[in-house]
Design a protein around this ligand. Structure first.
Ligand code: 0A1
Ligand code: ZN
Length: 879
C-alpha cells in the first residue's frame, strides 16, 4: 500500500525563492543526550515579491525550543509548524530570524543530517539533510555565508570542524571548549558540514600556483591516521592537476577531509570539509587492493574537483544534478587517465558504464541525465546522472576539440562563479566559444535511452570509393515513446590490411573532421573518395559516444581489428565482441550447441595480444577478462535463465583456457614484481596480469591449477594477490575455498574494510547453500544492518556478483533481498531505495523468475509505512 500519494516535483514548476538568506550564524552545542542548535538567519525578501508573502522554511525531526524575530519572541498565530517545516505567516522585508532547536543525533540511523558514527558527530546534508539540523530554505539556489561556533566537552570531542577557515577557538568552563569557523564563500545548505569527536590526523601543506599556502589535514578514527597517507598523496596530486589542466586554484586556507565508518554514499564534497566513507580513504598494502587504491585516488580527486564544479558553481535545482556530477566524473576520469594508463582507464570506465548505466537505460528506471520530474531526489543519484553525464561532457570535448572545450569550461567557471546554474547555461558557454549551435546536442541531457547504431560498408576498387551507411534509432523508454536523433561524434579509422589507417582525398555526405564523423540525422551515407584499398572500418574509437552497435561484424573483421586496430579501445572491444558474436546463438535456452572451433581463432588473436611487445600488462590483463555474466545477459536481453548463461560462460572460458594453457602458465610464472609493493599503475597492471592468467586457468577445473591458486594465496605479500586467489577459489572451487576463507577471517579480517571483503567473497559463491551462509554471516557480532558498508559488502556482492543465487528459480534470493530492504527501510530509506535497484532487471528473466521477483516486489510495495524513497523505486520498477 502506498502510504500516501507521492508528490511529484516537476522541472517546469521551478520558481526562484521569494526570500534569500545572505548570512547565517550558528551556535552548536554538542552533548551526549542531544545537540542544541541556535541559528540566526539574515533574511531578505526578493525585490518584486509582495508584502505578506509567507516564508516556508524546511525543517524535519527538529524540536523547536524558541523562535524570535530580532528581540521579539514569536507566539502562536505568527508561525505554523508542521512535519516538513515552519511557516512564517507575515514576515517583514528584511529581518533576523533566531531559532533554537534540539536534535538527537544518537537516534539518527538514517545517516542524513547530524548523526553519530563510532561516537563522533558528523553531518550529511546533500541533498536535503540540512533541514534536519535547523530550519532553512534547504534548496541549492539559496546561498549563504556561514559562521559556525561549535561547543563540546574537550574529552568527548577534542576536534571541532566545520566549513571554511578556522577563526577562533578556546577553553570554556566545565571542561568544555569551542571552535569558530567562517566560510567566506556563499554556499547552499547541502554543502554545510560539521564534525565533532575524537580523531587522529595526518597533515601536509600545498602551495597553490599563486603562492598561497594551504594546510591539508586528513582525520580518521583513533589509530587509523597512518592509513590516510595514500589519500593525502592523491589529494596533493589532484590539487596540482586541477591547476594545470583546468586552471582551478584552491580558495581557502585549509582543506580538511574526515573519514567516518558510517556513511550512506562514497563521500561528500562539503566546502573545505570533505567527509568520506572511510573505505575510500584508509589503505595499506596489507589491507587494500590495487583496485581499492585506484578508487581512493578517484574519489579523493572527485570530491576535491567539486570545489569548482559543484561548489563555486552549483546547481540551480536538483534537476540539474548532472551539471555538477557529470562534469566532475568526467574530470576525475581525466585525472586518472593522466595519472595512469589512458587506454586502460577508458576501457575500465566503459566496462563500468555498460554494467550499470546500460542496464538502467534498458529497464524500468530509465531516465535522462537531466530528468524532468522526481518524487525523491535521493533516488536520482544514479549511474545515468553520474556516468552518462560524464559521457555527455566527453562528447562535447570530442565534438569541439580539446582546446575549445577548455575555453568553454573556463567561460562557464568565470561567468557563473558564485552562482547556481543550469544545463542550458552550461551549454551556452560552449556555444559562445565555438560559435556552434548545440541545441540538438542538448538532447543528450533531456532524452533517455541509448541510440542503437547499425551500419553497412561497400568498397569499389575501381573508383576507389568507400561508402559507409549509418543508421541510428533510439528505442522507447518508460514515458518517452517518441525520440529524435541524437548528435553522435564518431571517431573512426579505415584500417588497412597491415593495420595502418588509410587516408582519403575527399569526403561527402556528413561533416567529417580528421578522424571524426559527426552524425546528426537518423540516416547518413558517407562517401570517401580516393581510398587506396578495401578497409575494415573501425567505428566509435575510444567509445566516442555511448551507443550500442547493432551490426554484427564478421568474425574476420572483428579479429582484424582485434589484431591491428590503431585504437586500443577497439582492439579490446573487437575481441570481446568476437566472443559474444560466436556465442550468442547458443545463449537462447533452446539455441544450437556452442561452436567451440570458432573460438580457436579468438584464442589465437588473444595469444598474439599476450605476446605483443607493444601492449602493456594492464591492457593484456583486460583482454584476458573474457566477457562476464552481465555481458552475456545484456546480449540475451530477455527470457534469461542465469544458470544457462553461467554454464555457457564456463564452457567458453574453459575452451579458451585449454587453448592458452601453456602461455598463461608461463605468463603467471615469468612475471616478476619488485619486492616493495607500490600501488602505481605499472605494478598493479603486472599483478592484474598474473591474477587474470591464474583466473582463466582456473576455468580448466584442474587440480594442479587449484594447487597453484592455493600457493598464490599462501605466498601473497599483499591484499591484491591474497584476495584475488580467494576470489578465484570461491568462483571455481567453492569446497576448496572453505579452508582459505576460514584462514582469511582468522588472520586478516581484523580491520572492518577487510572483514567486508570477506563478507563479499562469501556472498559471491554460486552454491545453493549461500543463502543459509548469508544468514549465519548476519549473526556475526561484527555484522550490523545499520552500517551501510556491511550491507553493501554482503548484499551488494550477492545481488551484483551472484546472479544465479540472487535470481534463483525458487525465488529465495529475491525474498532474502526483499526482507533486508524492508528491514532497512524502517531506519535508513536512502539505503533501502538504493538496494531496490537490484530488481530493475526483473522483467528480463524467464517467466518463473519473473513471477518470483514480482511477488517479492509487491510484498515490498505493500509493506506498512513504506518510506517515500522506497515507494518511488518499487512502484517505478513494477510499472
Ligand atoms: N555528491 C556526492 C555524493 C553524495 C550523493 C548523495 C548523497 O546523499 C543523497 C550523499 C553524497 C558526490 O558526488 O561525491
Ligand atoms: Zn560528485
Amino acid at each position: 500500500m502506498r502510504s500516501e500519494e507521492q508528490k511529484i516535483i516537476y522541472l517546469q514548476d521551478y520558481k526562484p525563492s521569494d526570500y534569500l538568506i545572505p548570512k547565517t550564524e550558528m551556535w552548536v552545542d554538542f552533548t551526549p543526550e542531544r545537540t542544541r542548535i541556535t541559528t540566526d538567519l539574515h533574511i531578505e525578501r526578493q525585490v518584486g515579491v509582495e508584502d505578506g508573502t509567507p516564508l516556508e522554511l524546511d525543517g524535519e525531526h527538529l524540536e523547536l525550543v524558541s523562535i524570535a524575530i530580532g528581540d521579539e519572541v514569536l507566539g502562536a498565530g505568527q508561525y505554523e509548524l508542521s512535519e516538513s517545516g515552519l511557516k512564517l505567516l507575515d514576515p517583514p522585508q528584511s529581518f533576523v530570524l533566531s531559532t533554537v532547536v534540539d536534535v538527537e543525533p544518537e537516534k539518527n540511523k538514517s545517516l542524513e543530517g547530524l548523526y553519530r558514527s563510532s561516537g563522533n558527530w558528523c553531518t550529511q546534508c546533500e541533498a536535503e539533510g540540512f533541514r534536519r539540523i535547523t530550519y532553512f530554505l534547504d534548496r541549492p539556489d539559496v546561498m549563504s555565508v556561514f559562521t559556525v561556533k561549535m561547543v563540546a566537552d574537550k574529552d568527548l570531542a577534542p576536534v571541532l570542524l566545520s566549513n571554511g577557515n578556522p577563526v577562533d577557538s578556546g577553553e570554556m568552563s566545565n571542561n568544555r571548549h569551542f571552535a569558530e569557523w567562517h566560510d567566506p564563500h556563499p554556499k547552499p545548505s547541502y554543502l554545510f558540514a560539521m564534525v565533532a569527536g575524537k580523531l587522529d590526523k595526518i597533515s601536509e601543506n600545498f602551495t597553490t600556483k599563486s603562492g598561497k599556502k594551504v594546510d591539508l589535514n586528513i582525520y580518521a578514527e583513533p589509530g587509523k591516521a597512518e592509513l590516510c597517507r595514500y589519500a593525502m598523496d592523491a589529494l596533493i596530486r589532484s590539487m596540482k592537476w586541477d591547476e594545470e589542466r583546468f586552471g582551478c586554484e584552491y580558495d581557502l586556507d585549509v582543506f580538511n577531509i574526515v573519514a567516518v565508518s558510517d556513511f550512506n554514499a562514497g563521500a561528500m564534497e562539503n566546502k573545505g570539509l570533505n567527509i568520506f566513507n572511510d573505505k575510500y580513504v584508509l589503505a595499506d598494502p596489507a589491507t587494500a587492493t590495487d583496485q581499492d587504491y585506484a578508487l581512493i585516488e578517484r574519489i579523493i580527486a572527485h570530491e576535491y574537483f567539486h570545489n569548482y564544479t559543484g561548489n563555486r558553481v552549483t546547481c540551480r535545482d536538483w534537476f540539474q544534478l548532472c551539471l555538477k556530477e557529470g562534469l566532475t566524473v568526467f574530470r576525475d576520469q581525466e585525472f586518472s587517465s593522466d595519472e595512469r594508463f589512458r587506454d586502460v582507464e577508458r576501457i575500465d570506465d566503459v566496462k563500468g558504464l555498460r554494467q550499470s548505466q546500460f542496464v538502467e537505460d534498458s529497464g524500468p528506471l530509465a531516465h535522462p541525465p537531466r530528468p524532468n520530474q522526481y518524487e525523491q531526489i535521493d533516488n536520482f543519484y544514479t549511474t545515468t546522472v553520474y556516468e552518462k553525464g560524464a559521457e555527455v561532457v566527453r562528447m562535447l570535448m570530442t565534438l569541439l576539440g580539446k582546446e575549445t572545450f577548455h575555453e568553454g569550461v573556463d567561460l562557464y567557471l568565470e561567468r557563473h562563479d558564485g552562482e547556481a546554474a543550469t544545463i542550458e547555461q552550461f551549454i551556452k558557454c560552449f556555444e559562445d566559444v565555438s560559435k556552434r549551435d548545440l541545441s540538438q546536442f542538448q538532447k543528450w541531457y533531456t532524452q533517455a535511452g541509448r541510440p542503437q547504431v547499425s551500419y553497412t560498408t561497400a568498397y569499389d576498387a575501381e573508383s576507389k570509393q568507400f561508402t559507409l551507411e549509418l543508421k541510428q534509432t533510439v528505442p522507447a523508454t518508460p514515458g518517452e515513446s517518441e525520440k529524435s536523433p541524437m548528435v553522435l561524434p564518431i571517431k573512426f579509422g579505415l584500417v588497412s590490411n597491415n593495420g595502418d589507417d588509410l587516408g582519403w582525398d575527399s569526403v561527402e555526405g556528413a561533416e567529417v573532421r580528421d578522424d571524426l564523423i559527426i552524425m546528426d540525422k537518423e540516416d547518413v551515407t558517407v562517401q570517401f573518395h580516393g581510398v587506396s584499398s578495401a578497409p575494415v572500418v573501425s567505428l566509435f574509437r575510444e567509445f566516442s559516444a555511448p551507443v550500442t552497435i547493432q551490426t554484427k561484424a564478421s568474425l574476420e573483421e572483428d579479429l582484424h581489428r582485434a589484431r591491428l586496430d590503431g585504437d586500443p579501445f577497439n582492439r579490446w572491444e573487437s575481441l570481446q565482441s568476437a566472443i559474444l558474436n560466436i556465442v550468442s546463438p547458443s545463449m537462447a535456452v533452446d539455441g544450437p550447441a556452442l561452436d567451440l572451433d570458432l573460438l580457436d581463432q579468438v584464442a589465437s588473436a588473444l595469444s598474439q595480444t599476450l605476446d605483443s611487445q607493444d601492449m602493456s600488462p594492464s591492457f593484456k590483463a583486460l583482454s584476458l577478462r573474457l566477457p562476464n555474466y552481465q555481458d552475456y545477459a545484456q546480449r540475451v536481453g530477455e527470457n534469461i535463465n542465469p544458470d544457462h548463461i553461467k554454464s555457457i560462460k564456463r564452457d567458453v572460458d574453459r575452451a579458451i583456457a585449454e587453448r592458452l594453457r601453456g602461455q598463461l602458465v608461463s605468463l603467471y610464472s615469468a612475471l616478476h614484481l619488485p619486492d616493495e609493493y607500490e600501488p602505481n599503475a605499472e605494478q598493479s597492471g603486472m599483478r592484474s596480469l598474473r591474477n587474470q592468467s591464474l583466473s582463466l586457468l582456473a576455468a580448466l577445473n584442474d587440480k594442479q591449477i587449484f594447487e597453484m591458486v592455493e600457493t598464490h594465496y599462501n605466498e601473497a605479500q599483499n591484499m591484491t594477490d591474497r584476495q584475488a586467489a580467494l576470489a578465484i577459489m570461491c568462483a571455481y572451487a567453492p569446497d576448496r575455498a572453505e579452508p582459505l576463507l576460514a584462514h582469511f577471517k582468522e588472520n586478516f579480517a581484523e580491520p572492518m574494510t577487510v572483514f567486508d571483503k570477506w563478507l563479499s567473497l562469501n556472498a559471491s559463491i554460486d552454491d545453493d547453500r549461500t543463502i543459509d551462509r548469508i544468514h549465519s554471516l548476519m549473526a556475526d557480532d561484527r555484522f550490523s544492518l545499520e552500517t551501510p558498508n556491511r550491507v553493501y559488502a554482503l548484499f551488494g556482492s550477492f545481488t551484483q556478483g551472484n546472479p544465479t543465487q540472487f535470481a534463483r528459480e525458487d525465488g529465495a534470493g529475491f525474498d532474502l533481498i526483499a526482507d533486508i530492504i524492508m528491514h532497512i527501510d524502517k531506519f535508513n530509506p536512502q539505503v533501502a531505495g538504493r538496494f531496490a535497484v537490484a530488481f530493475r532487471i526483473w522483467k528480463n528473466f524467464e517467466s518463473k523468475r519473473q513471477n518470483a521477483a514480482r511477488t517479492a516486489l509487491e510484498r515490498i510495495r505493500d509493506m506498512e509505512n513504506i518510506s517515500p524513497n522506497l515507494s518511488e523505486m518499487v512502484n517505478k520498477t513494477l510499472e
